[in-house]
Design a protein around this ligand. Structure first.
Ligand code: NAP
Length: 292
């Protein structure tokens, strides 16, 4: 069994980006610059944003963290995004989700300039992805593709089962795996909460991508021997014995599935780190495409 180690694969991606950035600086160019907006004080969101900012610094990017309280008016947030859209020295903009209920998530996403939409959530980028046109790919599916590439996982002609159809993970993942790409060309089944016989469908999969947010959902009896298993799930599960009072759990029952899979991602230490790698790649791409 191969452990698809996000630390190793993301370090390789980051090393390349770091070299590219160092070369830019050596040639007198400015550094790529990511602006991250965080609304409120959600613990998981705080952790994700802090990690994104830290990773930007590690590869030599500039980053700006803009914080708002939970009760911020939607209008104020949209105005800030417009300001960043018009700032020639900002390459990428991300707004950490989820947002408070009084703010329309779709409106926020659509306000980000598609040219700076390094999360790849804007409908224009989503549409381009569907049509196989160059676009920003949502960071998590992008990171998974980078992981498949790093470990040279053969995908052509394989049956991939993606569990979960969200706009940020499952649906774009299903599009990428079914696209005519070096690590695509799969036949894809996209499953969701209304899919009957899910276990039976999973047992037919050569590749399973679990992105549903149900800890330990994928059990050994749902997995074909030698399948490749990608665990996207990140759920905080209460555990009084843990230092922080919780543990991070994936959507796959790792121990039992690892014994039959040919390759598997751990949680933590798998897809989460690749998501950051995808975001950094998108930010570099936004910088390269900008005329500044
Ligand atoms: P989401 O928006 O809640 O979507 C979950 C999807 O799973 C939905 O399509 C839902 O179906 C489906 N689903 C839920 N229960 C199911 C069941 N019992 N059987 C089959 N399908 C089921 O979640 P998300 O944003 O895609 O995130 C999914 C997981 O990935 C979460 O744990 C999240 O924290 C994690 N995540 C990790 C990363 C990372 O970097 N590793 C990044 C993003 C998200 P319906 O559409 O029918 O409701």
């Amino acid at each position: 069994m191969i452990l698809l180690d996000g630390r190793i694969a993301s370090a390789a991606v980051k090393a390349t980006i770091q070299e590219q950035t160092a070369l830019l600086v050596k040639n007198g160019k400015r550094r790529p610059h990511l602006a991250a907006i965080l609304v409120g004080h959600n613990g998981a969101s705080e952790t994700y944003v802090a990690s994104k900012v830290k990773n930007c610094e590690e590869v030599g990017f500039l980053s700006t963290l803009i914080r708002f309280e939970n009760d911020i008016a939607e209008k104020t947030l949209l105005e800030k995004i417009e300001e960043l859209n018009n700032d020639a020295l900002i390459d990428g903009i991300l707004v950490q989700l989820p947002l408070p209920k009084h703010i329309r998530e779709a409106k926020v996403i659509e306000t980000i300039s598609p040219a700076k939409d390094v999360d790849g959530f804007h409908p224009i980028n989503a549409g381009k992805l569907v049509q196989g046109l160059p676009s920003f790919i949502p960071a998590t599916p992008y990171g998974i593709m980078l992981m498949l590439e790093h470990y040279n996982i053969y995908t052509k002609g394989k049956h991939a089962v993606v569990i979960g159809r969200s706009n940020i993970v499952g649906r774009p993942m299903s599009i990428l795996l079914s696209s005519n790409l070096p690590y695509g060309n799969c036949t894809v089944t996209l499953c969701h909460s209304h899919t009957p016989n899910l276990a039976e469908i999973c047992r037919q999969a050569d590749i399973i991508v679990a992105a549903l947010g149900r800890p330990g959902f994928v059990k050994a009896d749902m997995v074909k021997p030698e399948a490749v298993v990608i665990d996207v799930g990140i759920t905080r599960v209460d555990d009084p014995t843990a230092k922080k009072g919780f543990r991070i759990k994936g959507d796959v029952a790792f121990d039992e599935v690892a014994s039959i899979a040919s390759a598997i991602t751990p949680v933590p230490g798998g897809v989460g780190l690749m998501t950051i790698a995808g975001l950094l790649k998108n930010t570099m791409q936004a910088y390269i495409s900008s005329k500044w």
